[in-house]
Design a protein around this ligand. Structure first.
Ligand code: PMP
Length: 423
């Protein structure tokens, strides 16, 4: 097993000891070690047992902190693997069969039903499985919701992604910045009454979680526009916690962070907003095309939708999104606590009240060279893809639903150990 090999061959293998799975983490072993602990090499490290917290990503030999595409639940991957060659007795993989056949029809219907159950999606809203990534929705939303390019729209620009959404919307609407966090380097969110909403705006757009900057809305502003429409890009915190869908005109999310592989984008659209797209709207960007055809107008991303369906089943089996949110809050809590207790060694620039439970960006006060060293040593310790986004640098730990608690426990133990060795 890959993890057993990793456990015996890395210099800091003490960190690979089975972490505790209890809610209150023990003082990490590394803190009790002398400053030169990295030179100690232990060979008798316990390999993960099936019941240990290392099962999951740990069983694969790495904890994957990627921002997306990101780690998926091992149980989902194993189920997909078991069904890959012969999908449920059909003699075909789900990639090889008609999207209009009974097997795929059942898979997409089940995926939609389970997502509706997870998010308690009301009957007033359509669930659409689309293509083109969340980036395509940056254009599709104003194309569907505005009568023409002179219709005003409002954007809260809280980071790179909402900035991209705003810039794209300018092509298809009279988009305005209702609030910008740029001067504060995107480390905060506005008090809601500081958002300068245009009553004539067709919608107010937010990004519920900025994947690069790590700011997350904990509640949502009321749209003050006459249409009463709030739109959210939820790509990086979709299905990480319960959301009152009825408050939104449109929610959209690329799947590749919390719910599946890249290739499918999920949109949840209030039904009365469908059917009024601008005349120039390409058929593939018109919500009506997909709503009228149950997301089967053309060939959908079948495999991606199938995997999302398996993830939805897994989230329901965990007890639903309220349970999932508790786990996410605990994981993020121990990571932020470690940063805040480091005496300024690690710095998370984001205002505490809006820190993301999904993406935790931080820097090292000692500078970029130490960040490089930190990332390189973490990689040797099997904690991979921790590099901050190329636009901001630093370190970023993405800890989506499928990141096991053991992965975050191992990261915080490593952070304390790194600090002790490099004071
Ligand atoms: N919005 C957010 C919040 C994102 O994190 C991303 C991707 N990282 C996007 C939009 C763009 O998504 P896609 O690559 O699916 O177009």
């Amino acid at each position: 097993m890959a993890s057993a090999t990793a456990a015996t061959s890395t210099p800091h293998s003490i960190l690979l000891q089975r972490p505790t799975s209890t809610a209150a983490p023990r003082t990490p072993t590394s803190l009790r070690l002398p400053a030169r602990a990295a030179k100690i090499s232990c060979t008798a490290v316990a390999a993960p047992s099936p019941s240990s917290p290392l099962t999951g990503a740990g069983e694969r030999g790495v904890y994957n902190f990627a921002a997306g595409p990101a780690t998926l639940p091992l149980s989902v991957l194993k189920k997909a693997q078991a069904e890959l060659v012969d999908y449920r007795g059909s003699g075909m993989s789900i990639m090889e069969m008609s999207h209009r056949g009974k097997e795929f029809d059942a898979a997409i219907k089940k995926a939609e039903a389970d997502l509706r159950a997870l998010l308690a999606v009301p009957d007033t809203h359509e669930v659409l499985f689309l293509q083109g990534g969340a980036t395509t929705q940056f254009a599709a939303v104003p194309l569907n919701l505005c009568a023409g390019p002179s219709d005003p729209t409002d954007f809260v620009v809280s980071g790179s992604w909402s900035d991209k959404a705003f810039k794209e919307a300018k092509k298809f609407s009279a988009a305005a910045v209702a609030w910008s966090g740029k001067d504060g380097k995107y480390t905060s969110l506005p008090p809601f009454d500081a958002i300068k909403q245009n009553p004539e705006a067709r919608f107010l757009h937010i990004c519920s979680n900025e994947t690069i900057h790590g700011v997350e809305f904990k509640d949502y502003p009321e749209p003050k526009n006459k249409s009463g429409i709030l739109v959210a890009d939820m790509s990086s915190n979709f299905c990480s916690k319960p959301v009152d869908v009825s408050r939104f005109g449109v929610i959209y999310a690329g799947a590749q962070k919390n719910v599946g592989p890249s290739g499918v984008t999920i949109a949840i659209v209030r039904k009365d907003l469908i059917g009024n797209a601008q005349p120039i709207t390409p058929v593939m960007l018109d919500f009506k095309t997909h709503a009228d055809n149950a997301s089967l107008y053309n060939t959908p991303p079948c495999f991606a939708i199938y995997i999302c369906g398996l993830v939805f089943e897994d989230l329901l089996a965990q007890g639903g999104l309220a349970e999932v949110e508790k786990k996410n809050a605990h994981k993020a809590g121990i990571l932020y606590d470690t940063i805040d207790a480091s005496g300024g060694y690690y710095i998370c620039p984001v205002e505490k009240s809006v820190r993301s439970l999904m993406n935790v960006p931080f820097t090292l006060a000692k500078g970029a060279d130490f960040e490089k060293q930190f990332i390189a040593e973490a990689t040797k310790e099997s904690m991979v893809q921790l590099k901050g986004h190329r636009s901001v640098g630093g370190v970023r730990a993405s800890i989506y639903n499928a990141m096991p608690l053991a992965g975050v426990e191992k990261l915080v133990a490593f952070m304390k150990d790194f600090q002790a060795r490099n004071p």
